[in-house]
Design a protein around this ligand. Structure first.
Ligand SMILES: Cc1ncc(COP(=O)(O)O)c(C=O)c1O
Length: 394
């Protein structure tokens, strides 16, 4: 990602934006945008307005207003990710999108699915649930961590293919390790071998300037409720045109057999307002400039990494070129303590960060150590990370 302006030059961002637009608790250092996002008031208001329209005349809304409104929102999201609106459908979240794809792509005993050791835990579970009973092998390419650069990622994944590999599932931005994977280059490796590619881009929209069709993949799943700042329950599934007919949502409803849009645009009665508020989220960011947001957040992240590393002297998950607006930094012994590098100990440290210092940051065990993941979005400023750098357990 290109270097942006100095993060200290963040006029109009940080506290000013937080106070004006977000509901986030004051006094806390919330440096975990990555997990669940945070939605600004104007976008919440847009969703509320859609709910008001729904409740004013539920029948009219569900039968006549909702279908074109979903398609209009898909058109606008399509423009944001470089795609045609007709090639994408909304889903409630990335988890649903991934389950739709793997549930629609049956494999036979002996076939292999390739992913990496950085795969999101819920996706690993879904692969086991869908494929293991059929005798499909799930192969996890061991991508080193910390990683030195793209070549190491490419070499690790290339070594994981076999003549039986049918599907490659790769993250665009990894969850436990916050690395941007070279998706287009990885997809090219798969295509050379006739392997289908699903990208889990849960973190990418709003963090990375996207041109989804140019990546050369079969399916791309993304979240709008993370870096795009849409209300929660707004994700999407893009599919190459030739993949759409065989793609079904995990929940089958009236549209079954009537095509891609009919199947996904109605999956039973629920609150569709988060999907319909996606255009408001795109517009909210556009008022600042999405490119300015991405550059400023990336610059702030790098400053934050530098200052935390100056205090801890440990390790950073990857080089700046593989970082977007999240990064992982290894905990120093003073914070990691004597406990094992496991989820229970990680959880205890995370809880203490909040209880003792009102810092919200995920701690994850990975590659035999404990790592903290920091995020940088428009409401963050350097003071948030200074608090983490200065923290010592009571
Ligand atoms: C890589 C990755 N995939 C999938 C998900 C799941 O997203 P959701 O909970 O919105 O389904 C996440 C969430 O953090 C993620 O980081």
């Amino acid at each position: 990602m290109a270097e942006g302006p100095a993060a200290s030059d963040s006029r109009g961002f940080g506290r000013a934006v937080r106070d004006a637009f977000f509901l986030l608790e004051s006094g806390a250092a919330i440096v975990n945008h990555g997990s669940f996002g945070a939605t600004p008031r104007p976008v919440l208001a847009a969703a509320e307005e859609w709910r008001r329209r729904m409740e004013a005349q539920p029948d009219r809304f569900m039968r006549t207003e909702l279908p074109p409104a979903i398609r209009a929102a898909a058109e606008m999201l399509g423009r944001f990710i470089g795609a045609r609106g007709e090639d994408l459908v909304f889903v409630d979240n990335a988890t649903t999108g991934v389950n739709a794809v793997i549930g629609s792509f049956p494999l036979a005993a002996g076939d292999e699915v390739l992913t990496t050791t950085h795969v999101y835990g819920a996706v690993r579970n879904a692969l086991n649930r869908h494929y293991r009973p059929a005798g499909v092998r799930i192969v996890e390419a061991e991508v080193p961590f910390p990683v030195s650069g793209e070549e190491e990622i490419l070499a690790a994944v290339a070594a994981g293919f076999s003549p039986r590999t049918r599907l490659l599932i790769i993250d665009h931005v990894t969850s436990p390790t916050a690395l941007i994977f070279p998706v287009a280059r990885l997809a090219a490796l798969a295509r050379e071998r006739g392997v289908a590619v699903l990208v889990d881009g849960a973190h990418a929209p709003g963090m990375i300037d996207l041109d989804v069709p140019a990546l050369g993949v079969d399916w791309y799943v993304g979240n709008c409720h993370k870096w795009l700042m849409a209300p929660k329950s707004a994700g999407f599934l893009w599919a190459a045109p030739e993949r759409q007919a065989a793609l079904h949502p995990p929940v089958i409803s009236h549209g079954y057999g009537h095509g891609f849009h009919a199947e996904f645009d109605w999956t039973g009665t629920h609150d569709y307002s988060p999907w319909l508020a996606v255009p408001a989220a795109i517009e909210f960011g556009a008022a600042f400039g999405w490119d300015i947001i991405r550059r400023r957040n990336h610059a702030l992240l790098l400053e934050a990494v530098t200052l935390i590393n100056a205090a801890w002297w440990t390790a950073i998950g990857g080089p700046p070129a593989l970082l977007g607006t999240m990064a992982t930094i290894r905990l120093p012994p003073a914070l990691a303590g004597d406990g094992p590098a496991d989820f229970a100990h990680a959880r205890a440290i995370r809880d203490r960060l909040w209880a003792e210092a009102r810092i919200e940051a995920p701690v994850t065990p990975f590659a035999g150590a404990l790592w903290v993941r920091i995020s940088a979005h428009i409401y963050n400023e350097l003071d948030d990370y200074r608090r983490l750098a200065a923290y010592s357990p009571a």
